[in-house]
Design a protein around this ligand. Structure first.
Ligand code: AMP
Ligand code: MG
Length: 402
């Protein structure tokens, strides 16, 4: 059976990168950069005061306390244009350019103004460069600040703004269409009648797809009828980059998704992955649209979406890290593996008193246990054919987006 990593490799091979688009900086958070971000100025652009106080020559202050003559003022946004001579000081504010001739700043708390306001007593000696951020000490004009393929976050927004990126080039958001299947489903608004359940996959897939950066369209679910399902899938393929189906991919008498995909001429790349939960995952393509047929169990849906469909959606945007990143954590309780399948077991992360990251496997009743899954923040990876992993083992985990 295909391993998770082979499956992801096949998906990546079939996934095109969408064209870039320019968007306003205010909308850029969470988007994937389609251009390197280059500093268009030195930062700081001038020697900048880090404190309110007095710009002085350190040599003048070595026998502090010393009295210096105030010859001017430098404020943020308007510096003092002269050159400081021996025995002189310039009143300076945080963010103002340090005047020529000065090599240090003494903070106002360590000074005392003379009675006429014309002199200042520096109470303690300064050292050269004290309280000055020197020009280009953060970055030199022309350097790369952020790289194409990185996903922007709020912290990066300030850097983009500093270098004049009022508009920024990012990967276009892929269009994802969500179609749940199953004759047992009723919409969330309804109370399920006999033998029915609410459709939880459509809303949860929509949430995950949005987290993956997609523009999401949710369709009313389809019932398990081969002809109707085929028609619905064909309609769903219009104007979409990724179609995510849930349900109907197992071996049951009413599992029609694969048949429908074959009937409409989609190329099926795989229909099983050695994964628990999520073995009967289907990946196909028709024209330029990628199709994921995910097993209907709500937990399987969340795991397989985030391993497979998310990777495709992120890659379409040009992300250099499209897959969920693996990390390490310490197992809080023993877990069991599966024969011939890699397990991705729902877990909650927490930190213990020593600061170690612990993965607490959730007690769950199998791949349909939504209530336990609601507290999941990560998945513990148990390699295939490993019988058990003991408490305190260092394991690989992935964090679940959320
Ligand atoms: P299937 O993959 O169609 O065999 O479905 C597997 C299990 O998941 C069954 O118990 C279904 O009732 C359940 N299931 C399928 N689709 C959904 C859905 N959209 N929301 C909640 N449960 C579902
Ligand atoms: Mg079904």
């Amino acid at each position: 059976m295909l391993s998770v990593h082979e499956a992801i490799r096949i998906i990546c091979e079939q996934t095109p990168t969408l064209p870039a688009e320019k968007i306003p900086l205010t909308e850029a958070r969470g988007r994937v950069l389609a251009e390197d971000i280059i500093a268009d100025t030195d930062l700081p652009p001038f020697d900048r005061a880090l404190m309110d106080g007095y710009a002085v020559r350190a040599a003048d202050t070595q026998n502090a306390p010393v009295r210096l003559r105030i010859v001017g003022e430098a404020a943020a946004g308007s510096g003092w244009r002269g050159t400081l001579d021996a025995g002189e000081a310039v009143r300076i504010m945080t963010g103002a350019p340090v005047p020529a001739g000065a090599d240090s700043v003494q903070q106002i708390e360590r000074t005392r103004e003379g009675e006429n306001g014309e002199t200042i007593e520096i109470e303690r000696a300064t050292s050269p460069a004290q309280f000055i951020a020197s020009r280009a000490s953060e970055i030199t004009s022309g350097s790369i600040v952020l790289r194409r393929g990185e996903t922007t976050n709020a912290a990066m927004t300030a850097a983009l703004a500093s270098f004049g990126y009022a508009n920024v080039s990012v990967g276009a958001r892929p269009r994802a269409t969500i179609l749940a299947t199953g004759s047992e489903l009723v919409p969330v608004e309804e109370t399920p009648g006999a033998d029915k359940i609410r459709d939880s996959n459509s809303p949860s897939l929509a949430a995950y797809a949005e987290l993956a950066g997609a523009r999401v369209r949710r369709l009313p679910f389809a019932i398990d009828d081969p002809a109707l399902l085929q028609k619905k899938i064909e309609e769903s393929l219009q104007h979409t980059d990724v179609l995510v189906l849930s349900g109907g991919v197992s071996m049951g008498a009413y599992d029609f998704t694969k048949t429908a995909l074959r009937e409409i001429g989609a190329e099926i790349f795989f229909e099983q992955v050695s994964l628990r939960p999520g073995k009967p995952t289907v990946f196909a393509r028709l024209g330029r649209t990628l199709i994921f047929g995910l097993p209907g169990n709500p937990v399987s849906v969340s795991v397989t979406f985030n391993l497979f469909a998310r990777t495709a959606l992120r890659r379409m945007q040009g992300a250099n890290d499209p897959m969920l990143a693996e990390e390490r954590a310490v197992l809080a309780h023993e877990v069991k593996g599966a024969v011939e399948r890699t397990s991705y077991l729902p877990a909650q992360l927490r930190t213990d008193d020593e600061g170690r990251l612990l993965a607490e496997p959730l007690r769950w009743g199998g791949s349909s246990d939504l209530t336990a899954f609601a507290r999941t923040t990560a998945l513990i990876i148990v390699p295939q054919d490993v019988k058990t992993l003991a408490e305190k083992t260092v394991v690989r985990i992935v964090r679940l987006p959320g």
